[in-house]
Design a protein around this ligand. Sequence first.
Ligand code: CS2
Length: 476
Amino acid sequence: MTRLSQASLPTLPSSIGRPTYDRTAVSAGVVHFGPGAFHRAHQAAAFDTLLHEDPRWGVIGVSLNSQAVAEALNPQDGLYTLALLEEQVEYRVLGAIQRVLTRDVPAGILGALAHEDTRIISSTVTEKGHCLSADGSLDFAHPAIVADLDGSRADGWVPASFTGWLVRGLQARRLGGLPGLTVLSCDNLTDNGRKLEAATLALAEAIDPETARWISGQVTFPNAMVDSITPAIDDALRARILDATGLEDAWPIQRERFTQWVIEDRFAGERPALESAGVTFSTDVGPFETAKLRLLNGAHSSLAYIGLGLGLETVAEAMTDRDLAGFVERLMREDIAPSVTTPPGLDLPAYITDVLARFANPAIRHLLSQIAWDGSQKLPYRLLDTVRDAMAAGRPIDRLAVPIAAWLRFLGRAARKGITITDPLAGPLLQRAGDWRQVLAMREIFGDLGDDARFVRSVDRAISSLEEGFLTPSPV
Ligand code: CS2
């Protein structure tokens, strides 16, 4: 079987989309940290579209924690297949990624960051990759940050954290007399750009104050909202892709057709003309981020923890459970929507209807267990901020407490069965999971919410009602 590569590209059936621009003429305007499925399905697809008009926006991927993407994509000249999931699946081979660099060649990463062609450093390193405390500031006690503070004193420092790499790369640009650039976070965090800016400045200040000053003047960190449902690839789809393309692809990816990327118009220097790829530039991304994180991701995590408790496997399957789907819809419309400022031009009730339809898409097999990863990092943005706003406004929080209770029960089940969970706080969470009050007391997740008697009472009631087999605590 022939492997997908630049050389084998012409053998693709004509029905399969592919880069029709000259890939040898492309320069890398973007260095992206975290070239996993989400980046490759979403932002790299947008850059692939843009490259048909402007060759200066190729992408160099940096994978800090694994060799897997590099091993899959480098032998394929950065090419991979994207399946757009609908009744009729559409396949497209994407070519924006030029190569993927890994930690074992630090000089390569540094060279890319401090290259004159590089004008954007972007990231999808997930919530935990930002090493933040519960208040959203850089966690100076995080082992990777401690290692960077220590390591930065030595010559030839190889950073451990993503933030460390930013500081190291920006320092190299300053020392090399290169201009500043745009650091573009595409992670699911409220105020992602501002948080990354504050974290980078705090670390730079501790390591090299002159670079911190340079960053303040030369580098911008726009906020951005990214949205597209991207389930992990499975063997069934791999087989279908092989069938459709006739080429072996070590790591194809899939996503729904819907995609949205709203970027704050705050670029250092030239802004890529991504409008042609459907990107929206806005002066205020905050309302878009909040609407998406609280409504879509909040509902997703609710479906995941409640659904897993009911023995369900996928999002679409959970949406066929009438009680659960009805509960989540009420949660979105009655409990979450009041905490969301309507983004300009968006009809919030229609947005909720659309999100629910996307969840119910039977062409997408999105595992609840995948969404259940990293609950300690996700719930603060997805649900706890909404709880705080609801309490401050005197609105009920009983329904909002249900997914939190479902997460606590998910932890309790894992601890009882002795199975581990994917979460950077898995150790302490599972240790405390036998007594959910101890989990609520974890300030790194709940802040001072765990001290609030009203919140604790609501969670207590929600746990009892889930135990009794009701989705909702009465009366709702
Ligand atoms: C999901 C997200 O895995 C998860 O936690 O909620 O990846 C979700 O599919 C995307 O944010 C949709 O844009």
